[in-house]
Design a protein around this ligand. Structure first.
Ligand code: SAM
Length: 311
């Protein structure tokens, strides 16, 4: 059984990156008329409390979303924040992300953080023919997700499946709709995930070549983690598909030594989003948003970003 629970990490720097990119992609795709199938292979619980026990235990949101909430304030920004944004102000992709999180909260409060299922569902609003399939294996999170989704009264538009997302998506690809987006956001708690992700994406691209495939991955000192974006790039290139890889680093990955001389891991220092068949607007949108994200979320001088694309 998994021990990973996303509630400990909700709203951290990795969520800021993944959800900003996801929203930028979906806003572009959803502007179009054709009906979509949306697949979230690792859905989590759907909604998280930033003032709850889990969030308090890790405090990760404090160095993520909670550093950014003031940016939407109608009053003049403090100089240090304004300097980090630069002369053109808040990048549209970051603004869209902050507005999305704000829409789940009453004015000025930051208690609720929406996970990918609720972000996707929010953007589908009014598009009754789109379908969202949410996969979640953890029994507690699957139950919470089902209860959260039930409140939406979305009927058959949104389905929660307590199944392995890597396998479960196969029955929806190719989709019955002209377009599809798959978001794959494992915890990588099981080492197998590093192999299962590219295997699933390769198979999905064969089943539905024009789908948009979006993968989040951690950047940590582990060979499998370094290999993952390389494998995705190779498979996209071999399939003749466009790709985009965006990374955000907030701190050094070097081991830390505490007062007693014990070495400690620094926590997640960086992560990336790899997209196959990205919208043509995505690279420019992230080239504006990621420099701001790196400055605003920096925990030391190693903060940095990259946006590469090809194909
Ligand atoms: N995508 C969510 C979001 O953005 O809000 C967060 C997902 S969290 C990083 C990963 C989730 O995947 C965990 O809730 C975990 O229980 C679940 N999980 C792990 N392995 C899975 C699998 N093979 N199929 C479906 N869910 C899985």
């Amino acid at each position: 059984m998994f021990s990973y629970r996303h509630a400990f990490h909700a709203g951290n720097h990795a969520d800021v990156l993944k959800h900003t990119v996801l929203i930028a992609i979906l806003k572009h795709l959803i502007d179009k008329d054709s009906v979509m199938t949306l697949l979230d292979t690792h859905a989590g619980a759907g909604l998280y409390r930033l003032d709850g026990d889990y969030a308090d235990t890790s405090g990760e949101a404090a160095d993520g979303i909670l550093r950014l909430t003031g940016l939407l304030s109608p009053t003049k920004l403090p100089k240090d924040l304004a300097d980090k944004l630069g002369p053109n102000g808040l990048a549209p992709a970051l603004k869209n992300y902050l507005e999305m999180v704000a829409s789940f909260n009453t004015a000025g409060s930051h208690k609720i953080y929406p996970g990918s299922p609720f972000i996707i569902q929010h953007l589908m609003a009014g598009r009754d023919r789109d379908k969202l399939k949410l996969f979640e294996l953890h029994p507690t999170d699957a139950k919470t997700l089902s209860a959260n989704v039930a409140q939406l009264e979305a009927g058959r538009q949104v389905a929660v499946l307590r199944e392995d997302g890597f396998e479960g998506i196969k029955k929806f690809l190719p989709p019955p709709t002209p377009r599809a987006l798959l978001f794959c956001d494992p915890s990588y708690e099981l080492k197998d995930d590093y192999d299962r992700v590219p295997a699933m994406v390769a198979d999905a691209v064969k089943r539905f070549a024009v789908g948009t495939y979006v993968v989040w991955y951690p950047i940590i000192p582990r060979p499998q983690a370094h290999d993952l974006p390389r494998k995705l790039k190779t498979l996209a290139t071999k399939a003749g598909k466009g790709w985009l890889n965006a990374t955000l680093t907030v701190k050094s990955s070097k081991l830390l030594t505490d007062a007693e001389g014990q070495t400690q891991r620094p926590g997640l220092p960086a992560s990336g989003m790899f997209v196959i068949n990205p919208p043509h607007t995505l690279k420019a949108a992230l080239q504006l948003a990621l420099p701001q994200m790196a400055k605003l979320l920096a925990q030391d001088r190693n903060a940095a970003f990259t946006v590469d694309a090809g194909g």
